[in-house]
Design a binder for this molecule. Structure first.
Ligand code: AMP
Ligand code: ZN
Length: 466
């Protein structure tokens, strides 16, 4: 079955046809690096990592170019640098390093390119110059603004008219703007803030133009897929599209498809009734989470619902996710001696993913394969094991040794000691000797071990030092 993807611009699922199947391109808006990433920020990373893997499976590993950018010019970065008394690159290098390590623990492959705004400054300034030359932008009071009135298709992606945007006060009014919806391409820096030379004075770029310039510089136009969270549809992606089209083709209508062929947006991860956000103070940091929980279980939790639907984040979701992986790894552990058949994803699994990344259905298929592995005849089990491993790999799951999944990365002496304690604990519980069972639990705690009971028996992991 051919791949089909929901396109925000078309407002429907469309068969995916890349411009050039030998060079499939995808760009996803990445983090602003001034702090630890929260679990909501990880959702687009994991979702588009699945798409990256699926595209590589379909078109070949070398045929897919994936750029995930980093915003390293921003007011929040400046504020943090000022507070610590260091240059901004000390802040951005530190948090980019942490971000990349945290995303790797969630099984995200490194993107082909990770462009940074500060390293794209020449292309940004050149693009602003082109927009002015084409009459799509104007300089005023040290700023350069995009002229939304010059682009008749403005609002096409988000489905908003200019009047709606102004009436909804979604735009900043400023005296130097010809139209309230016009947005900043370049602005002066305040004293002490980082600044770059430009024909319009020393300053720094607006956020939207950074992405348009990074796309042109790393991938070239048109790209096949542009992704991000659905909070970015307006204004960020609407503005990127307007600039990108006007710079590359001029502002006349009808070039919407010449910037990005498919626009994809993940739904939000919510916490209780609220969206998770730093300003609401209800954030769960990936960095903290993976100290307590295997990254693979966090990844499972992020993929168990459909990527376009909102997802509720909870401890229960995480616990269920770990149990699901226990079940699959348990089946693989019991089949440790069986040589797997050809490592090809199962057809029904692949069909689910190809239907606009139906990960929920694809993950359900993993359980079907695990049941065959446990109960089928010899030939069926051999085939199921190969398919389970290959299907798991396509989603970034089940690649650990099952023994390592269940027992952590402990040294053999500690492992033997923990296992003896767990066996004694089970014996004490069976004998209803609760005080002895509790004493053993305390001893395990002191060894920094978390024991988790599940239908597949007790499993354990080392807590990482916080
Ligand atoms: P930011 O660092 O806020 O610019 O976000 C980086 C990426 O994470 C963007 O693609 C956002 O759309 C996405 N994002 C931020 N918060 C959430 C959330 N709570 N749920 C899902 N995606 C999010
Ligand atoms: Zn962007």
């Amino acid at each position: 079955m051919p791949l089909s993807l929901y396109d925000t611009m078309a407002r429907e699922k469309r068969p995916f046809v890349p411009v050039d199947p030998q060079r499939v391109t995808m760009y996803v808006c990445g983090p602003t690096v001034y702090n630890y990433a929260h679990i909501g920020n990880a959702r687009p990373v994991v979702v588009f990592d699945v798409l990256f893997r699926l595209l590589r499976h379909t078109y070949g590993e070398g045929a897919v170019l994936y750029a995930a950018n980093v915003t390293d010019v921003d007011d929040k970065i400046n504020a943090k640098a000022l507070a610590e008394g260091v240059p901004i690159d000390v802040i951005t290098d530190r948090y980019l390093g942490i971000y990349n390590r945290d995303m790797a623990t969630l099984g995200a492959l490194p993107p082909t390119f990770q462009p940074r705004a500060t390293q794209t400054m020449d292309a940004i300034i050149a693009m602003i110059g082109v927009l002015i030359d084409k009459g799509a932008a104007y300089a005023a009071e040290g700023h350069v603004l995009f002229s939304t009135g010059a682009y008749p298709d403005y609002g096409q992606l988000s489905g908003r008219s200019l009047e709606d945007m102004i009436a909804g006060a979604r735009v900043d009014v400023a005296p130097y703007k010809r139209n309230p919806a016009d947005f900043v391409l370049w602005k002066p820096s305040k004293p002490g803030e980082p600044m770059w030379d430009s024909p319009w004075g020393q300053g720094r770029p607006g956020w939207h133009i950074e992405c348009s310039a990074m796309i042109e510089q790393t991938l070239g136009l048109p790209i096949d897929i542009h992704g991000g969270g659905n909070d970015l549809i307006f204004p960020h992606h609407e503005n990127e599209l307007a600039q990108g089209v006007c710079a590359a083709h001029g502002c006349e209508a009808g070039h919407g498809q010449d910037y990005a062929r498919y626009w994809m947006h993940n739904g939000f991860l919510n916490f209780g009734a609220e969206k998770m956000s730093k300003s609401l103070g209800n954030v769960v940091l990936v960095h903290d989470l993976v100290k307590q929980t295997p990254g693979e279980a966090v990844r499972w939790a992020l993929l168990v619902g459909h990527y376009r639907a909102p997802q509720e984040w909870s401890g229960d979701l995480l616990e269920q996710s770990r149990k699901s992986l226990d079940r699959l790894y348990g089946a693989l552990r019991r089949a440790a001696d069986l040589a797997p058949g050809p490592c090809e994803p199962a057809p029904r699994f692949l069909a689910a993913l190809e239907d606009d990344l139906n990960t929920a259905q694809a993950m359900a298929e993993l359980f079907v394969l695990a049941s065959v592995l446990e109960t089928g005849d010899e030939a069926a089990r051999v085939k199921a094991k190969g398919e389970l491993l290959a299907s798991g790999a396509l989603l970034g799951f089940l690649q650990a040794d099952p023994e390592v999944w269940f027992q952590g990365d402990a040294d053999p002496q500690l492992k033997a000691r923990v296992e003896a304690l767990i066996a004694n604990r089970i014996a004490a519980r069976t004998a209803k000797d609760w005080s002895r069972a509790d004493a053993i639990r305390d001893e395990l705690n002191a060894l920094n071990v978390v024991v988790m009971d599940s239908a597949d028996g007790a499993t354990w992991r080392l807590k990482e030092p916080s």
